[in-house]
Design a protein around this ligand. Structure first.
Ligand SMILES: O=C(O)c1cc(C(=O)O)c2c(n1)C(=O)C(=O)c1cc(C(=O)O)[nH]c1-2
Length: 252
């Protein structure tokens, strides 16, 4: 395991810098989390699967808002033209025919009432704190750090390729239709992360800026990890469901 806190102290060339960023993903991305392993092994109960979808909706719904923050702070029109595609992917043309709507379809396809998902009140406190931290990070840190924090998308095609076939094979109530969210994601994520990676390689031109990007990516991995930790704590063997949070047995 590497400690990434001083990885750029002597300055890195672009190849070395990219290698460190990829190493962060190899060591810290949420495909290493036990909750993800349980999912791909077919070991989640339907209630746990519902809890995952309900909580993950909060993440999906904050993504276009954090991208709007990034957009507002970018001075280069060409950057904005590229970055706004992310908002269009999630919101669609009318707000409800993009990624957020497809995530809602996933959650309702698992048996959750749409209003419980959209309302976000049944999500875990830790989920709401984690997605709030992501939004405020992208609002308050430098544009370079905000772009750096999106680089987990470099690794999302890997976790999607692990998750989707396993969900289809191991859970009889999961269908291709329910998982429509994931279909365009690997291609969109590759387009987005290629752009974001090229941006940080070009703009992190001294050791301090390189380190700020590495730290931003570690922070983002921590956000995703914390969300799965919270699910495991609440809905795993410990069963510590916080007051007011989704309770699977009440939903059948
Ligand atoms: O399925 C996943 O595990 C996963 C991970 C991530 C990620 O790594 O942040 C994103 C997504 N999915 C995703 O669907 C998505 O739209 C997305 C946007 C972003 C971002 O930070 O801008 N990450 C992710």
């Amino acid at each position: 395991m590497s400690d990434f806190h001083d990885a750029a102290k002597n300055g890195l060339n672009q190849l070395q810098f990219e290698a460190v960023l990829r190493q962060v993903g190899a060591e810290r991305y949420h495909n290493l989390h036990p909750f993800h392993h349980q999912m791909t092994q077919g070991a989640l109960t339907k209630g746990q699967m519902q809890a995952w979808a309900l909580n993950r909706y909060c993440y999906q719904s904050v993504i276009p808002r954090k991208d709007a923050m990034i957009l507002a702070r970018a001075e280069d029109p060409a950057f904005r033209a590229e970055w706004r595609k992310r908002i269009e992917d999630h919101d669609g043309a009318d707000g409800w025919n993009g990624g957020i709507a497809r995530w809602l379809k996933l959650a309702t396809g698992l048996g959750l009432p749409a209003q419980d998902v959209i309302g976000e009140r049944l999500a875990l406190p830790a989920t709401r704190f984690a997605v709030g931290a992501y939004l405020s990070f992208c609002t308050n840190r430098t544009l370079l750090e905000a772009v750096g924090s999106s680089l987990t998308e470099l690794f999302s095609p890997v976790i999607i390729a692990e998750r989707v076939p396993a969900m289809l094979a191991k859970y009889d109530y999961v269908t291709e239709d329910i998982l429509a969210y994931f279909k365009p994601r690997p291609e969109q994520a590759s387009r987005d992360s290629d752009f974001a990676l090229a941006y940080v390689l070009a703009h992190a031109d001294n050791p301090e800026r390189q380190q700020s990007v590495i730290d931003a990516l570690v922070f983002k991995c921590d956000i995703l990890w914390a969300m799965l930790d919270a699910l495991k704590h609440a809905y795993g063997e410990a069963g510590h469901i916080p007051p007011g949070a989704f309770r699977p047995e009440e939903r059948g």
